[in-house]
Design a protein around this ligand. Structure first.
Ligand code: NAP
Length: 287
């Protein structure tokens, strides 16, 4: 990649541990180039014990902002001067803006997923949603869909307690916990308008896999199936959904749209997705 640096170039980065696998620098630098914005976006490994000193160093060095991935998303909460509503509700910060030496923490996963849905012509209003998983990603997706008008969001998780804890965060009573056994999944699938896999089953580099996907047979015809995983681009779940003629979407949509939301916060501008879509497709092959 060729980078034109000026003395005025503003700095952004992604922090994590590990972080060298992150696609954020590729996505953000591609968008910055397409939009002709004078910023550079770097990749910065930060060990957990170095998080607070790193934040202060970043402010001293004039960084405008950063994205955070594992394991920093929760640890950033008490280090922020101000929290956005979603960061507070989801209990996780993935975007930090540094303005006049003050730290503003946001979470762009929920809005990013809504935008990914909208790009495929889906609005959550009135939908019965089944979310598989109750981890950090499931929390953002399930709470946002409930807030945006889904009539029921069933959170199916292997560990019952975690599903119950997530559902207890929803004041509107839209979320309800359920199990992850095949009978439960088959029963829930029959009453589902949108299915989203937020577990790590099928993800590159992990052991787990869906061994029984027959719950897909129970989904009403045309029900969209989303998998938040993007590596591999087609998980077993998505391949099986496509075989059954169901619209199937991977996690690239969320990855890209949450990045656009972060860049909007860093630059305090709104960005038309059409202005960056072609450049992103060139480097990512989608969405
Ligand atoms: P997390 O907090 O660790 O949650 C993992 C979830 O997977 C939990 O619900 C866990 O269930 C479930 N799980 C793991 N192994 C399982 C197994 N063998 N059987 C059944 N359930 C199992 O992870 P996360 O941050 O939410 O991420 C979840 C997935 O979303 C990952 O694949 C991640 O790559 C993806 N993601 C994608 C994006 C994107 O931009 N596209 C963004 C965020 C996350 P228990 O509670 O029972 O352990």
């Amino acid at each position: 990649m060729r980078v034109n640096l000026e003395n005025t170039t503003r700095k952004l980065c992604v922090i994590g541990d590990p972080v060298l696998h992150s696609k954020s620098p590729l996505i953000q630098n591609t968008m910055l180039e397409a939009l002709k914005l004078d910023y550079i976006y770097l990749c910065q490994p930060v060990a957990p014990a170095q998080l607070a000193p790193f934040l202060h160093a970043a402010a001293l060095l004039g960084y405008r902002g950063l994205n955070a991935t594992m394991p920093h998303k929760q640890a950033l909460l008490p280090l922020m001067d101000t929290l956005g509503e979603d960061a507070r509700r989801f209990g996780a910060v993935n975007t930090v803006c540094i303005r006049d030496g003050r730290f503003f923490g946001y979470n762009t996963d929920g809005v990013g997923f809504l935008r990914a849905l909208a790009a495929n012509g889906t609005s959550p209003k009135g939908l019965r949603v089944t979310v598989l998983g109750a981890g950090g990603a499931a929390k953002a997706v399930a709470l946002k869909l409930a807030q945006e008008g889904a009539v029921r969001v069933t959170v199916c998780n292997r560990t019952a307690e975690r599903a119950a804890l997530l559902c207890a965060l929803d004041e509107q009573g839209v979320l309800r916990p359920a199990g992850f056994d095949i009978e439960t999944l088959r029963r829930e699938a029959r009453q589902t308008d949108l299915l989203i896999n937020c577990t790590s089953l099928g993800m590159h580099g992990t052991q787990g896999q869906f061994d029984d996907v027959t719950f897909l047979d129970e989904l009403p015809a045309g029900t969209p199936v989303y998998d938040l995983i993007y590596a591999p681009p087609e998980t077993k779940l998505l391949a099986e959904a496509a075989k059954r003629g169901l619209p199937a979407y991977n996690g690239l949509g969320l990855l890209v749209h949450q990045a656009v939301c972060s860049l909007e916060l860093f630059t305090e501008t709104s960005i038309a997705f059409s202005a960056v879509q072609q450049a992103l497709q060139g480097v990512l092959g989608g969405p």
